[in-house]
Design a protein around this ligand. Structure first.
Ligand SMILES: CC(C)(COP(=O)(O)OP(=O)(O)OC[C@H]1O[C@@H](n2cnc3c(N)ncnc32)[C@H](O)[C@@H]1OP(=O)(O)O)[C@@H](O)C(=O)NCCC(=O)NCCS
Length: 327
């Protein structure tokens, strides 16, 4: 089966006035693909089109036909690692090579950034998605579980833990200290995968008030951190605390520090009146997944990571305590 290209498609950067239409197409495309009766309600009050665009407007590619937005793709820069998504095309234009037209300049953006390793999260059951991404050098690797756990509405011991000098919230730290902390976060993630750096996520959560970056220390040395979204209009949605990214310093204490980090994340969720914590984990990170399972987290959704490079490249491997899902 070969798609016939749609004629007269313009590919250009997504601009601010496109955001409402881009958001509608994201919901319509996913809602249609998964067969929702009212596709436009996909994701409820979860939002990421506006907040991701604000992080780097130059990293979002748009497709236009006859003066109308028909698709978009968002690239994310995590230092040496890059991923893209949501990639969506208006259903009226599916199978006309629009996604491929969006992906070509997206790959160019990664080249300009100097990304060493690329990934994406997609539907494991879809031959179309597998074929599309293979054209751009991505190969299916491990499953990715989106985990969820209800948290008790009553603080476990929030007063004690928030007073705990081993836990800090990035947004409450003095501005001068923030620069140092960003460097410490980068140093920690780089110890797992050289050049991995989620500074843009941390800054975005702080400046757009999307949630909080929770920092856990061990004798005043950063041991772990989690970048969390919470509430309507964020990637979490109402009543949810979503761990967009978390990492633990590798070493003998990593498993203990992971447990302390999850304590702090769950306390934060309760403090923000969220009744659920969600987080993605690649199943190659076995210990991280198994610990979360033992802690009561259960898989609510499952996809597959597709990555460039060899089968052991990137940071999805046993022993790594990272939470992310690249959606
Ligand atoms: C996924 C999506 C972005 C693809 O957009 P699109 O414009 O239809 O994709 P394209 O036409 O550029 O490419 C699709 C390719 O897959 C191929 N394909 C489709 N079904 C296939 C199958 N069963 N087996 C193998 N290849 C298949 C098509 O033939 C085409 O390749 P070709 O041009 O060489 O013929 C679009 O369907 C969409 O928005 N879906 C809902 C949201 C979504 O799933 N986003 C991606 C999340 S990771």
């Amino acid at each position: 089966m070969t798609a016939s290209p749609a004629p007269d498609i313009a590919i250009r950067p997504l601009v601010e006035s496109d955001l409402p239409a881009a958001d509608q197409i994201v919901r319509l495309a996913f809602g249609t693909f998964i067969g929702m009766p009212d596709p436009q309600t996909f994701m409820g009050d979860v939002e990421f089109v506006h907040s991701r665009w604000r992080v780097d407007p130059g990293a979002v590619v748009a497709a236009e036909h006859a003066g109308r937005l028909i698709g978009s793709n968002f690239a994310t820069n995590w230092g040496s690692f890059g991923f893209f998504g949501p990639l969506t095309v208006h259903p009226e234009y599916w199978e006309r090579k629009v996604a491929q037209r969006l992906l070509a300049p997206t790959m160019e953006i990664f080249r300009e950034w100097g990304s060493q390793h690329l990934g994406l999260y997609t539907f494991a059951h879809s031959p179309k998605h597998m074929a599309l991404y293979q054209k751009f050098g991505f190969w299916p690797r491990d499953l990715v579980a989106i985990l969820a756990r209800e948290v008790q509405p009553t603080p476990r011991d929030f007063a004690a833990s928030s007073a705990d000098s081993d836990v800090a919230y990035f947004s409450l730290v003095a501005p001068v200290r923030r620069t140092e902390l960003l460097a410490e976060c980068r140093q920690l993630t780089s110890a797992i995968f050289d050049g991995l750096d989620v500074e843009r996520e941390i800054r975005s959560v702080a400046s757009q008030k999307l949630g909080e970056t929770i920092l856990v220390f061990d004798n005043s040395r950063l041991a772990a951190f989690a970048v969390c979204h919470t509430g309507a209009g964020t990637e979490a949605g109402s009543g949810v605390c979503y761990v967009k990214f978390a990492a633990v310093r590798p070493g003998a204490k990593a498993s203990d520090d992971f447990a302390r980090l999850l304590d702090a994340v769950e306390d934060f969720a309760r403090a923000r009146s969220a009744s659920k914590v969600t987080a993605g984990v690649n199943l190659a990170r076995r210990e991280a997944f198994q610990y979360m399972f033992s802690r009561g987290y259960r898989t609510s959704m499952q996809g597959v990571a597709m990555e460039t490079g060899s089968a052991d490249s990137g940071y999805n491997r046993a022993g790594v305590y990272i939470l992310d899902d690249w959606r």
